[in-house]
Design a protein around this ligand. Structure first.
Ligand code: IMP
Length: 200
């Protein structure tokens, strides 16, 4: 089955493509994907992921896979959550978000946090949706540590890996990340659904 990945984030796209690399899915290259700017105004990760999948499936005329993800910090009652990409304000970048997080967490003893990733796959045939959610637990470091990955990776110490996500290889991160977990769950659902319906 051919599918487009509904994201403008090259690093996120790379993570998704790596996780699906040994599967039967054919990922449309970014150069052949019609990209859409989707307003992420849903009130949940699920609503935003679904909105992105619908928009990309409609304009590209094939299956679309969208992820909506973010960092939830216990001491901040789950913030930045669905606002993770603009925690430091509209049109801010990863660096500004990380600095803002460090400042907001200054002096906080409870540094527990987790990433959530909600994945939605829309298959135009029959307008069927599949979705899955993954979570990865850790805590917020007191300083940036590592240079791999993207977003909050340099501030997120993964409990599973025993190091920051920004010190993990792509393969290591995918084995325990919210996105890796959600994608693997979704892929088994897809295989099940293909087996039951004969969709290719
Ligand atoms: P989205 O593109 O609306 O899903 O925004 C996700 C935002 O959450 C990103 O801009 C990052 O700031 C953060 N985020 C999501 N997943 C990750 C991850 O795997 N590592 C680091 N930051 C992430």
């Amino acid at each position: 089955m051919r599918l487009v990945i509904a994201t403008n984030n090259a690093k996120k796209r790379q993570e998704i493509a790596t996780i699906f690399s040994n599967t039967a899915l054919i990922i449309v290259p970014t150069s052949e994907t019609i990209h859409v700017d989707v307003l992420e105004d849903g009130d949940s990760f699920a609503a935003n992921a679904r909105k992105k999948a619908v928009a990309f499936a409609q304009v590209n005329g094939c299956a679309a896979l969208a992820d909506d993800s973010g960092l939830c910090v216990e001491a901040l009652h789950g913030a930045p959550g669905i606002y993770s990409s603009r925690f430091a304000g509209d049109s801010c970048d990863d660096t500004a978000n990380n600095i803002h997080l460090l400042k907001t967490m200054a002096g906080q003893e409870n540094r527990n946090a987790y990433f959530i990733c909600h994945i939605c796959l829309l298959m135009p045939a029959g307008h069927r949706y599949l979705s899955a959610e993954g979570r990865s637990d850790g805590y917020i470091l007191n300083r940036l540590d590592g240079s791999e990955g993207f977003g909050y990776d340099p501030l997120f110490f993964s409990k599973d890996l025993g190091k920051s996500f920004a010190h993990a290889s792509a393969k290591e991160k995918a084995s325990v990340s919210h996105r890796g977990r959600a994608l693997r769950m979704l892929y088994s659902q897809l295989q099940e659904s293909i087996k039951n319906s004969g969709v290719q």
